[in-house]
Design a protein around this ligand. Structure first.
Ligand code: G
Ligand code: G
Ligand code: NA
Ligand code: MN
Length: 251
């Protein structure tokens, strides 16, 4: 309850910030998007989402927090577009209780407010979210697709999705969970990563590898035909004014 009250206050006092981690195309070496990761600036200290997202989910505060994150991401894109004439797309993380028709309506209003072009904003949902409320989830996804908001499936490989179920959803990309990327020297984890690449290809989805920390991981993924990567090898998540836009062609 104490944390819940503090989160209420945090929203009211605008204590949340988004940090952004670059997502880079293997083929071109160019920045194609950034993932937004929320942080709570509380009494001079930066608090990470693992310490408050669960409480926000339980209390229902994840709904206004999710709306805030989408608004903030749209504002950032508008800012970058005005300043540089271009902006990478921003993908916002959404957890189970935050993925509702209300969020879809909010996104629609925000996109119209800033007159953002299609594919400016994207969402990252987790695999486990597909297991519950099939109809509601699916209709939200179709509405988003119609609005030009693409959806990727986060932490893929850690949950349970049957191929047959996966193909029903309008997903643009599968994100290979960082636990596999961090363990590619184990043949079993490498096999899972390769399987994700194959599933995505056969279902016409892009692949994003997360948690890329070493050149070896980068080379392996590039060789296997992965589309996009993110990780400390390029950059940790950073405040918007510290996001680096240009990367070397090879790491
Ligand atoms: O950088 P990192 O510690 O930020 O993120 C930890 C976890 O918090 C990740 O699983 C991420 O998906 C989740 N997360 C980060 N930002 C948000 C957000 O804005 N909303 C939700 N629901 N989850 C987030
Ligand atoms: O669950 P989700 O995939 O949304 O969250 C990604 C998490 O991984 C965030 O906490 C983010 O800060 C973290 N992260 C980003 N890049 C790396 C990396 O290269 N290595 C590790 N270990 N974590 C990373
Ligand atoms: Na994510
Ligand atoms: Mn993830």
């Amino acid at each position: 309850i104490q944390l819940e009250n503090a989160l209420h206050e945090a929203l009211r006092n605008k204590e949340f910030v988004l940090h952004y981690q670059p997502q880079i195309c293997f083929k071109t070496g160019q920045l194609v998007g950034v993932e937004a990761l929320i942080r709570w600036m509380h009494e001079g200290e930066l608090i990470y989402p693992d310490n408050f997202i669960a409480a926000a989910e339980e209390s229902g505060l994840i709904v206004p927090i999710g709306e805030w994150a989408c608004s903030e991401a749209a504002r950032q894109i508008d800012f970058w577009r005005k300043k540089y004439g271009w902006s990478p797309s921003i993908s916002v993380n959404v957890t189970a209780n935050g993925f509702t028709g209300r969020l879809v309506s909010h996104l629609k209003a925000v996109l119209e407010d800033y007159r953002l072009p299609e594919n400016s904003l994207a969402l990252e949902l987790t695999e486990s979210m597909l297991a519950t409320d099939f109809d509601g989830t699916l209709s939200c996804m179709h509405a988003l697709q119609a609005m030009g908001v693409s959806i990727s499936l986060d932490d893929f490989g850690t949950g349970y999705s049957a191929m047959a179920q996966l193909r029903r959803y309008p997903l643009s990309a599968l994100k290979i969970d960082k636990s596999f990327i961090g363990n590619l020297s184990d043949r079993r984890d490498a096999a899972i990563a390769e399987t994700v690449l194959m599933i995505a290809k056969s279902l016409n989805m892009k692949t994003v590898a997360e948690g890329v920390e070493t050149r070896e991981q980068y080379e392996w993924l590039k060789e296997k035909g992965c589309d996009v990567w993110q990780g400390y090898l390029a950059s940790a998540p950073k405040p918007p004014d510290q996001v680096v836009w240009m990367y070397p062609n090879e790491f």
